[in-house]
Design a protein around this ligand. Structure first.
Ligand SMILES: *Cc1c(COP(=O)(O)O)cnc(C)c1O
Length: 363
């Protein structure tokens, strides 16, 4: 499909300098992608210099949370070692990891909010035009990548409680380090609720983050990385972290909460389940009672816990903190998590063969 390249794009790319310190989202790629939907159809798509956008102050995305998004990474890691010597392996094209899954999830999120679907062609034109324009500024060290953030939002102004009639689909990007936070503790949130059964928890939409902000900020203020959420009806079953899915190693098997309408179906979660089974692990997707889990941690049956998502890939968790400040610390941290993280990252970075067909090269 045709993508108009706005004046200023070439200059923005030419003037961009990749800083040494990237962080996670601190550096903006110099270009962004945009297309608008009105009168029931998509208008022309364009690549623009990165910068502020005009939005009506009454836009529904701002007032009613009519916004869905995605997050995925493009990799272009340098090859090291004897094979690479003089082989110009750095010229290899960038690649995405399971972008079809992000496309599918964006459609499910849009459908849940009764927003128009982004056509597959438009979604990939957005990703690929940014990746091609930024190919030379994708950082090359293992763990680094170009993080891509596609999002769709309602732009119509007005207070009537219905969907917007106009929308905008955009993709912005950031060169990033692997989101690294060591092995933090995580705070169990027993009061607030992030997502209820039948709500929008399984959609990647701003509303879920709004609901989680107070718990997340309280967790950080208490010295923890983030909150662990429980189900809305009984405040008893583990859902996930504010932006990552949850796993526990119990008696040598992997356990993770089974998906429902309140849990975000992570691409990393699904990939780890498949990868772990491929490596011979038993993986159980089931309801996980928080108090049972805490007992298993205390008795040592639960050996290790970790979280996963595109940003961190796998984040080891050193302990769960309960609301009475008691800390539940499994006997080991970052043993199985580290192994799964490295094995998944090696596939994502094309350092090993990809038996699952997950990698998509952008030529
Ligand atoms: C995006 C997200 C995840 C992780 O999904 P990935 O596809 O693995 O990046 C988990 N939980 C929430 C709430 C999320 O928004």
């Amino acid at each position: 499909m045709r993508v108009d390249v706005a004046p200023g794009v070439e200059k923005a790319l030419r003037e961009f300098v990749l800083p040494e310190e990237l962080g996670f989202g601190a550096v903006d790629a110099p270009v962004m992608f945009s297309a608008e939907w009105r009168l029931g159809q998509w208008g022309p798509a364009s690549l623009l210099p990165h910068g502020p956008i005009g939005i009506a102050p009454g836009a529904r995305a701002l007032h009613y949370g009519e916004l869905v998004f995605e997050g995925l990474k493009a990799y272009r890691v340098s090859r090291a070692g004897p094979m690479a010597a003089g082989a110009r392996c750095d010229q290899q094209p960038p690649n995405l990891f399971r972008p079809d899954q992000n496309f599918r999830r964006l459609q499910l999120s849009a459908r849940r909010l009764s927003m128009p679907e982004v056509p597959e062609e438009l979604f990939f034109a957005g990703l690929e035009s940014i990746i091609r324009a930024c190919a030379d500024i994708i950082p090359r060290r293992s763990g680094q990548s170009l993080y891509l953030r596609p999002f769709l939002f309602g732009t119509e102004s007005g207070y009537l409680l219905r969907n917007s009639h106009t929308f905008r689909f955009m993709v912005i990007a950031n060169p990033v380090e692997a989101y690294a936070s060591g092995s933090p503790s995580v705070a169990i949130e027993r009061r607030d609720v992030r997502a209820a059964s039948g709500g929008v928890g399984a959609a990647k939409t701003s509303a879920n983050y709004a609901a989680s902000l107070r718990g997340s900020s309280a967790a950080v203020a208490g010295g923890h990385a983030v909150a662990l959420w429980l189900d809305a009806a009984e405040h008893r079953y583990v859902q996930e972290l504010s932006g990552m899915n949850f796993f526990a190693v119990i008696d040598g098997d992997l356990h993770t909460p089974e998906l429902d309408t309140a849990i975000l179906p992570g691409v990393t979660r699904d990939s780890l389940i498949q990868l772990a089974r491929h490596q011979g692990f038993e993986v159980h997707e089931r309801r996980m009672d928080i108090d049972e889990l805490l007992n298993q941690i205390s008795s040592g049956r639960c050996q290790e816990i970790f979280a996963c998502g595109t940003g961190a890939i796998v984040m080891p968790i050193s302990a769960l903190a309960d609301t009475d400040a008691r800390l539940f610390r499994p006997p080991q941290t970052n043993v199985i998590a580290a192994r799964l993280r490295e094995d998944l990252l090696a596939i994502q970075e094309r350092r090993v063969p990809d038996p699952f067909g997950w990698v998509r090269v952008v030529s």
